[in-house]
Design a protein around this ligand. Sequence first.
Ligand code: BGC
Ligand code: NOJ
Length: 814
Amino acid sequence: MLFGYFDDENREYVITRPDTPLPWINYLGCQAYFGIISNTAGGYSFYRDARLRRLTRYRYNNVPHDFGGRYIYLRDDESGEFWSPSWQPTRHDLEDYACRHGMGYTIIGSRYSGIAAHTNYFVPLDENLEIWQLSITNQRSKRASLSVFSSIEFCLWDAQDDATNFQRNFSIGQVEIEDGVIYHKTEYRERRDHFAYFACSGKVEAFDTQREAFVGAYRSWDKPVALERAGLANSVAHGWAPIGAHQVKAELAPGETRQIIFVLGYHENPRDQKFDPPDSQTLNKKTVKPVIAKYLDSAHAGAAFERLHQYWDGLLGICQVETPDVHTNRMVNIWNAYQCMATFNMSRSASFYESGIGRGLGFRDSNQDLLGFVHMVPARARERILDLAATQLPTGGAYHQYQPLTKRGNNEVGSNFNDDPHWLILGVAAYLKETADRSILDEPVPYDNEPGSEQPLYEHLRRSFQYTLDRLGPHGLPLIGRADWNDCLNLNCFSDTPGQSFQTTTNKDGKVAESVFIAGLFVLAGKELAAIARERGRNDEAEGYLAEVAKMEDTVRKYGWDGDWFLRAYDDFGRKVGSKECGEGKIFIETQGFCVLAGIGLDDGMAAKSMESVRKHLATEHGIILQQPAYSKYYLELGEISSYPPGYKENAGIFCHNNPWVMIAETRLGNGDRAHDYYTRINPSAREGISEAHRCEPYVYAQMIAGPDAPTHGEAKNSWLTGTAAWNYYAITQWILGIRTSYERLQISPVIPKSWRGFKATRTFRGVTYHITVEQEGEGNHVSLKVDGMPIKGDTVPPPADGRKEVSVKGTLT
Ligand code: BGC
Ligand code: NOJ
């Protein structure tokens, strides 16, 4: 069964029934103010940091799954009947329900009892607020007397504290109401300079700000007691649970349409101008009022929506492709790029599977996210790189996560994930290849945010590389530390205590367990660092890095090869992990994909053998599994990986993040058919037809699809915030379609399926738009290029010497 369809023209996914297998969500906002919104208007909003500045409350792990959100109710004041046009929370049998998730906006609408209503939810660019633009039409043959109710529940800012510290929080809630605008100012009187507001363009008949007055003591949002009364109670919250609810009357003649705008926002005042009058405790509203007035005006709201559209036209226009495969086109041109923006913004912090409390921005994750984002807003990528580097430690190691608001490393999670430092090199390399902005390498960046410790970014990269050289194990392979890319391969953890975190528990000194994966990563990062050194004219240094890389490649060949595939690791007893000698977990995907994409074994047959083993042992119709056979019991010496039931997550789930490593590896061997086949197996659009089994959104990647060892093989979980987004985008655009950035120029080196006659693409790179046509004339992957009709040597396109901004490139594959 389908739950909707793609409207590619409008860049929307249109959900046509509200009871999707899971909440199918979208993100509002892409700069500083964000919201998560489900197809039934569930979700919450925050400013910059989902933990520390949360505006509205949301209860995770609830029943039903998605409850609490931006709810609007309509009430027929004659019959008293009320419903919600977004289905939740009242769950009426709606007609014409549709939720259009688009680029930074979501429109949810329906018809009930002759009243059509839809709401466009979006966040204007450069503002810290969200707009709900509601339009109601009376399709009855007679007049309709309606009341419209808005409702949100305020979170008391720190979402962790909000969910746990009731003994205090039930006493601190504070609001002000002025001209129908509800201001939420809990804790403002002491140390906060920020407040939230909720405003409405209609004439506010009444309001409620105390949850109990609106919902009722023993009710829920699906049947608020207030809607059974004539009007809201004008309750003023003191402590307990502050909410915002407005009531607006709408008298509509047959055929008449009425628009009402609601604005929910975040505002900060300068510390010395918090109150008005200054010696009072009353909010100073001088600077916020004009903002509110502006967006309650439908002309301004409309213009802001138009600007948002144009913004996305610009971002997506940077890379557009036209291939024979609709799923490739749709993902590259619209949804995959869009998801890359979300992962860049959120890292792994806030989704319907990430609470916004548990994790900040991951060092490893955010660096990888740059691969799919850097071409869209390079200036923000630059800032992110510098922020990440500033959390690096003087040893070259890194805090595993940091909070976006404070930009400080999270002490609770700490460091010692020994792969982390190398991702910084790859992130910087991606940035340099896209922008050629070498000045970033000279930026002074502190270690651990310690003033006075600043060194040029380039020095940080050198320390990243050195970090591994300082931590080699008995075979000369990198020591794994707490874990490498696979957070669940915890070879120094040895945890037998219930409730202990696998991520932070270390019971071994870490001097034995080694990671072949980090070796592959080191090889790739070392090659990039050498290229960066050359860019800086430091050829000797570059030679030094390459010598270390060559040594590591030898070590991998000697101690990291199992005969038919790359080993995964050595455990704390020096025993092999990911070997045919193992009882379970004989072959892992990570080292196959990463060693080959790093170039190991391309000329001695190892790479080809490794890929053959992946095909034979790991590839399924739903994607490539992480390892086989799945661990059927808990292995103290392996950690969290063996804590998952077989087929889920790292224990033989299809971890979509590393599937593109194999795709890239296949392109390095010239196998376009295999690469694109693997691409298609996990492409969410290509899986739309099995939505009932897949369950997650068909427009974005999920972190995991259950493997064949699980009873639900093919079921996706943990959608949206996953490195899968960036890596798939990178694999399809730069390696399969082969439109690849390099330090010097744009390279065109496609490795595509043999059945394709070719494809077209436009790519704007360093200010020049390349109109690319590729035709396949032979069986091979050799490309001959013509630039503006003139044949050129090699597969890289020289930028136009005469300052032209448009170039046509024709590639022929033979
Ligand atoms: C998950 C990993 C994740 C880790 C980080 C584990 O429980 O299985 O996928 O990387 O937590 O918090
Ligand atoms: C999700 C984490 O965010 C990521 O950092 C890690 O590499 C994968 N899980 C694999 O464990």
